[in-house]
Design a binder for this molecule. Structure first.
Ligand code: CA
Length: 228
């Protein structure tokens, strides 16, 4: 079932939203303050859309939005604003929100926005496609995170893109040109050496023994291959 997080400190508004989400076929996860919302998202990484109230007891909804966006680019975020001030809308969009709904709102309006956002972020494709699993590694494509044997490995954007390319092409020998075109884009005019430099750094992070790599192996005279 598609999961939606609702962050709202006023209990009657929250239950009103929950009932309407359930009626529309969503599973509703509830949070009454910012910290709870962030904890809920860690527990439920498959939440597709988060609805965030702005006025909250512990931190404002913009701050929650900013923190969610720092770890997830893919989740859809809708701000609930009590005011119609342009400033709120602008601040919301600046901190990474995708949409906003002004209180008071009709349930039909809110679910229509959620449906639209779900379609846009590709939430229909289901949960299974959000994870890539190879050997001890689990890549969360929604949060852009990588775990090895349950321990999170911090990657740069480039390292993440290289890792994803390998995990999507297991056993296939990839030339340095292939890797460069896929990760940096076809128009990138840098030197191929940048591929080697990043792979060396990536190996330090993911291999058990960098002198004898077993996950990213070298294909002499060609490039690299995922061998896990
Ligand atoms: Ca509130």
């Amino acid at each position: 079932m598609k999961k939606v997080l609702i962050l709202e400190d006023e209990e009657n508004i929250r239950s009103f939203v929950v009932i309407n989400l359930q009626r529309a076929g969503y599973e509703a996860i509830e949070a009454a303050n910012g910290q709870q919302a962030l904890d809920c998202l860690r527990e439920h990484p498959d939440v597709g859309v988060a609805i965030l109230d702005i006025m909250l007891p512990d931190m404002d909804g913009f701050e929650v939005c900013r923190r969610i966006r720092a770890t997830s680019k893919k989740i859809g975020i809708i701000m609930l604003t009590a005011r119609t001030q342009e400033m709120d809308k602008i601040t919301g969009l600046m901190t990474g929100a995708d949409d906003y709904v002004t209180k008071p709102f009709s349930p039909a309006e809110l679910t229509a926005r959620i449906d639209a956002l779900y379609r846009r972020i590709g939430g229909e494709s289901g949960i299974a496609s959000d994870f890539l699993t190879k050997g001890p590694f689990i890549m969360n494509l929604r949060n852009h995170t990588l775990e090895k044997s349950g321990v999170q490995i911090k990657l740069t954007q480039v390292e993440y893109a290289i890792m994803k390319l390998f995990m999507q092409n297991p056993g296939k020998s990839l030339s340095r040109e292939d890797i460069m075109a896929s990760v940096w884009g076809r128009d990138f005019e840098g030197e191929l050496k940048i591929v080697d430099v990043n792979i060396r750094r990536l190996r330090i992070k993911i291999e058990d023994d960098t002198t004898n790599p077993k996950y990213i192996t070298t294909v002499w005279g060609h490039g690299y291959k995922w061998g896990a």
